[in-house]
Design a protein around this ligand. Structure first.
Ligand code: G6P
Length: 614
C-alpha cells in the first residue's frame, strides 16, 4: 500500500516530509525513506527498515537541507522489508529518485530487458525497475524527463502512484497515478504531494485529486500542469478539503484507535446530520431522491466490500431485505471480481469502503459498471477513487480514520445502511409507517446510547485484563448480531494477534464446539432481541464444557448475566440497530487486550489501513 509524500517550495522540505510520513504511516510501516535535493546540490537518499521514527534517528547526523524532496513509508510487496528495498529508489546514473505506491505487474520482463542493456539493479523491488526504465529512456533517447516518464508508463502494466525527483532539476517534481491515489496540494509558492490529503492539510486546503492516467508536472513558480500519456493537457478543478488538524491527531488519547472508538457518538451524529429529521419522522438521502428510478426497483442488490466493511455489508443485507424486500447478496470484492458474475442493468451494486481506495473493491465496482449495473458507493474518504467512479452514494462522514483497526467507520457504514434501508423501504412502501418512525427515533438515539456504553470503559478494561492470557477466542451471535461476532473476532486478531473466530451461535455445534475447553473464552452476544432463548441454550452448552463466557446482554438481564463469567450490559434499542451498540464493547475489549499484551495497537504487524494492491 505505502504512503507517498512530496514537497517543493520555500520551506525546508525535510520537516514537511517527515510530518507527512507520520500522517501516512497507517498505510504501511515496514520501512521509511526520504530523498532530498540538498543545498549543496546533492541528491541525498536516506532510508531504513522500520518506522518513520527509525528514519528520524537514522538521519540525525545527516544533511537534511533543501526545499524539494520526496518520502515514502512502505508496506512490502516485492522484496523483503529491509533498507535496500526501502524507497526512494535511484537510477543507475544517480540522477533520478522515485517513490511508488502500487505494483508493477510486468516488472520481471522489464527488468530482464534492462539487464540485457547492462543496467544493474540493487534491490528486489518492482519500483526500481520503473526508475531505471525512465532513466534508460531518457539517456538512450536523449529526452526530457516528462517525455521519458510518459513513454515509460506506456509500457508499464500495474498500479502506481509515483513521484520522481531529478538531481539536475531542483525546481521540479513529476508525479503520476494509475489505480493508486494521489493528491497534489497547492499552497502559496509551494506544492505538496500525498497519497491522501492528510500530510497536506496543515499547510493548505487546496488540492487537486489526480485521475488515472494523469501525470502532474510540479514546477517552482508555475501552475501545476497535468497531462495524459499523449501529453494532452487535462483540466482539473482545485478542490477545497474539509478536514482539520484536530481530526487527524490523537487529541489526548494514547492511541488513535481509542480516540476513534470514543468519537463514535459525535461521528454518528455527523453521519445522520441533515439526513434524519425526527420532527417530521423522515430519512432523506439525496442519492435516493436523485436516482429514484435506478434505486427503487432493482432486480437485486449486490454489496461488495472487504474486511470490516464486508461485515457492515452483512448487516446491510438484513436491513435491506427486511425493510425493502429486495434480495441482497453480499460478496467479498476480491472473489466477486474474478467470479465472472451474472449482472446486468437491473442490478444495483453497493460498494462499501472506508478508504474508497481498496483495490479489490474498486475493481469489483469497475467490473459491475462495465456490465451495466447501477453503482452506489458508501465511502468515508471524500473524493476517493471509489467515491468518484460510482453513480451515486452516501459518504459516512465520520472524519479521517487513522487507527488501522476500523471502528468508527464500521458504525458509520451500518448507520448509512440503516438510513438507506429506511429511505428505500419507505419509498417502496415495504416498511410500515409505525415501524419506520420507531426505527428513525431509535437511530437518532444511538449516539447518546453509545455515550452511555462508553462509560463502561473501565469495567471492560478490567474484564479484558482477566482474559489477556487466552490464545484462542470464540465470538458468537445470531441474526443482526452474527456480523458483530465476526467483527469482534476480527478486531481482536488484528491488534492482539490472538486467534479468534466469529460464528453464528447455532453453528457452534457443527465444529467449533470441539475447540471449547476451560482455556477458551467465548464471547456471546445474547441480548433479549432476536433469538434469546436459543442463545441461552448455546451458553449452557459452552458452560457444560467449562469454557468461560463473556456475555453482551440487554440492560437488566439477570438470566444470562448470572450464567456468564463476565457480562456487559447494552442500553435498549430496536433489534436491527443493536449492532451499533453491541460492537462498542467488543472494540474496547480488543483494544484493552492488545494494550495489556503490549502490542502496537495503531500499527499492527503486517496490516495496513488502505489496501491498494490485490
Ligand atoms: C484493510 C483494513 C481493514 C479494512 C479493509 C477494507 O484490511 O485493515 O480495516 O476493513 O482494508 O478497507 P476499506 O477502506 O475498503 O473499508
Amino acid at each position: 500500500m505505502c504512503g507517498i509524500v512530496g514537497y517543493l517550495g520555500k520551506r525546508q522540505a525535510y520537516p514537511v516530509l517527515i510530518n507527512g510520513l507520520k500522517r501516512l504511516e497507517y498505510r504501511g510501516y515496514d520501512s521509511a525513506g526520504v530523498a532530498l535535493l540538498t543545498d549543496n546540490q546533492e541528491l541525498s537518499i536516506y532510508k531504513t527498515k522500520g518506522k518513520v521514527a527509525d528514519l528520524e534517528a537514522f538521519v540525525a547526523d545527516k544533511d537534511i537541507s533543501g526545499t524539494v524532496g520526496i518520502a515514502h513509508t512502505r508496506w512490502a510487496t516485492h522484496g523483503e522489508p529491509n533498507s535496500t528495498n526501502a524507497h526512494p529508489h535511484i537510477s543507475s546514473s544517480g540522477n533520478l529518485a522515485i517513490i511508488h505506491n502500487g505494483i508493477i505487474e510486468n516488472y520481471a520482463i522489464l527488468k530482464k530487458q534492462l539487464q540485457e542493456q547492462g543496467i544493474e539493479f540493487k534491490s528486489n523491488t518492482d519500483t526500481e525497475v520503473l526508475v531505471q526504465l525512465i532513466d534508460y529512456i531518457r539517456i538512450s533517447k536523449n529526452l526530457d524527463l516528462l517525455t521519458s516518464v510518459r513513454l515509460a508508463l506506456r509500457s508499464v502494466i500495474g498500479a502506481y502512484a509515483i513521484a520522481i525527483l531529478d538531481k539536475n532539476d531542483p525546481d521540479q517534481i513529476i508525479a503520476a497515478r494509475k489505480s493508486s491515489p494521489l493528491v497534489v496540494g497547492i499552497g502559496e509558492e509551494e506544492y505538496f504531494i500525498g497519497s491522501d490529503a492528510s500530510p497536506i492539510i496543515e499547510y493548505t486546503n487546496k488540492v487537486i485529486y489526480l485521475d488515472d492516467g494523469d501525470i502532474a508536472v510540479i514546477r517552482r513558480g508555475q501552475d501545476v500542469k497535468v497531462v495524459d500519456f499523449d501529453n494532452a493537457e487535462m483540466n482539473h478543478d482545485i478542490k477545497e478539503v474539509d478536514i482539520n488538524l484536530a481530526q487527524i491527531e490523537k487529541g489526548g488519547f494514547p492511541h488513535f484507535m481509542l480516540k476513534e472508538i470514543f468519537e463514535q457518538p459525535d461521528c454518528l451524529k455527523d453521519c445522520m446530520r441533515g439526513r434524519i429529521n425526527v420532527d417530521v419522522n423522515k430519512v432523506i438521502l439525496s442519492a435516493i431522491i436523485d436516482h429514484r428510478n435506478a434505486l427503487l426497483n432493482p432486480r437485486r442488490i449486490i454489496i461488495v466490500a472487504c474486511g470490516t466493511s464486508w461485515h457492515a455489508a452483512l448487516i446491510g443485507k438484513q436491513l435491506i431485505e427486511n425493510f425493502c424486500k429486495i434480495p441482497v447478496e453480499v460478496e467479498y470484492a476480491s472473489e466477486f471480481r474474478y467470479s465472472n458474475p451474472v449482472i446486468n442493468n437491473q442490478d444495483v451494486v453497493i460498494a462499501i469502503s472506508q478508504s474508497g481506495e481498496t483495490a479489490d473493491t474498486l475493481a469489483a465496482v469497475e467490473l459491475a459498471k462495465s456490465k451495466g449495473a447501477f453503482i452506489y458507493g458508501i465511502c468515508n474518504a471524500i473524493g476517493s477513487s471509489i467515491a468518484r467512479v460510482t453513480d451515486t452514494g452516501s459518504y459516512i462522514h465520520v472524519g479521517p480514520e487513522i487507527g488501522v483497526a476500523s471502528t468508527k467507520a464500521f458504525t458509520g457504514q451500518v448507520t448509512v445502511l440503516a438510513m438507506l434501508a429506511l429511505a428505500l423501504g419507505n419509498a417502496r412502501g415495504t416498511i410500515k409507517n409505525p415501524e419506520y418512525v420507531k426505527i428513525i427515533k431509535a437511530l437518532n438515539d444511538i449516539p447518546s446510547k453509545i455515550e452511555e456504553l462508553l462509560k463502561e470503559n473501565d469495567r471492560i478494561k478490567e474484564i479484558s485484563r482477566i482474559f489477556t492470557y487466552a490464545h484462542n477466542f470464540l465470538y458468537l451471535g445470531r441474526g443482526y448480531n452474527y456480523p458483530v461476532a465476526l467483527e469482534g473476532a476480527l478486531k481482536l486478531k488484528e491488534i492482539s494477534y490472538i486467534h479468534a473466530e466469529g460464528y453464528p451461535a447455532a453453528e457452534m455445534k457443527h465444529g467449533p464446539i470441539a475447540l471449547i475447553d476451560e482455556e477458551m473464552p467465548v464471547v456471546v452476544i445474547a441480548t433479549k432481541n432476536g433469538l434469546y432463548e436459543k442463545v441461552i441454550s448455546n451458553i449452557q452448552e459452552i458452560k457444560a464444557r467449562h469454557a468461560r463466557v463473556i456475555a453482551i446482554v440487554s440492560k437488566g438481564d439477570e438470566v444470562v448475566s448470572s450464567m456468564a463469567d463476565a457480562y456487559i450490559e447494552l442500553p435498549e434499542t430496536v433489534e436491527c440497530l443493536e449492532p451499533l451498540l453491541a460492537t462498542i464493547p467488543l472494540q474496547l475489549m480488543a483494544y484493552h487486550v492488545a494494550v495489556c499484551k503490549g502490542k502496537d495497537v495503531d500499527q499492527p504487524r503486517n496490516l495496513a489501513k488502505s489496501v491498494t494492491v490485490e
